[in-house]
Design a protein around this ligand. Sequence first.
Ligand SMILES: N[C@@H](CC=O)C(=O)O
Length: 361
Amino acid sequence: MDQKLKVGILGGTGMVGQRFISLLENHPWFEVVAIAASPRSAGKTYEEAVGGRWKMHKAMPEAVKNIVVMNVNEVEKVASEVDFVFSAVDMSKEEIRAIEDAYAKTETPVVSNNSAHRWTPDVPMVVPEINPEHFEVIEAQKKRLGTKRGFVAVKPNCSIQSYAPALFALKEFGPKEVVATTYQAISGAGKTFKDWPEMVENIIPFIGGEEEKSEQEPLRLFGKVVDGKIEKAAAPLITTQCIRVPVLDGHTAAVFVNFEKKPTKEEIIDRWENFKGLPQELELPSAPKQFIRYMEEDNRPQVKLDIDFENGMGISMGRLREDTMFDYKFVGLSHNTVRGAAGGAVLCAELLTAQGYITAK
Ligand SMILES: N[C@@H](CC=O)C(=O)O
């Protein structure tokens, strides 16, 4: 790419916004030129606006420290500075839908981490290795919005990343019933232990709205495009329990599954280890070389040891064995704020750029 695309981060001061800023440091195609947040932060430099609330392990990139934060509600002004935006705004669902549509209507593509648009029929919700063909609905969406290049695309919830890709890789065997329990890190709620002391040595067996997302979103991912809309898949039937655990980063899932046609253990491991999609074929900058790996050791994957596999963009599976009630059970681990949030959105934007949906204005 001759010149980098100019990127804005909406909601740049929060946990996911910070993750976008951190992942985009030295990105070969994209350069952060604008950061927008609430009116409270507007007018301050990014460094001042974040203050002591920088939550990434890596230091704040020098290149963004002096960017003056803009008011996210001044849509035209922010949009005039960028080729496209990532959205991690923290508002009500109605407000998020309205503001993301408003940016799209200024002819600015929006790649969003938010859940607000995940069930809008002509908004693609994509994991680039699983359902890149869903980007086709962008044409129908542009007609609805009356735009030429502006649209909204989203990525799914972080909780499903540790099992949905693993089930998709086994689709030839027809996964039909799935029971998944997720053990979700506190960064999924945008928190650290400092801001959530109640989570130290504790487990909270409730995450608002999470079980519905974890049961339904995989079906939209596995669905197909019909007449410019996504039609969700009918199978597998999924039931989940989502539990908050005292871990900073890393969502683990313990999964039981029945198949139409029961594979062997060797077949499952083979399909996982060899699973590839368009990002690998196109060698997109953030694509993991290996998306899914299988770990033979009985005590893996572990959050502390395995979360950064493929820079947080790969997922780790383990403990695959036959079960007394189901065909198989296994454990999966993914990085919730990288693959599960900002990293997943960056990979979507890379694919959208490679396919010509995102261009310089
Ligand atoms: N809702 C999730 C975050 C994923 O996007 C969580 O609370 O962990």
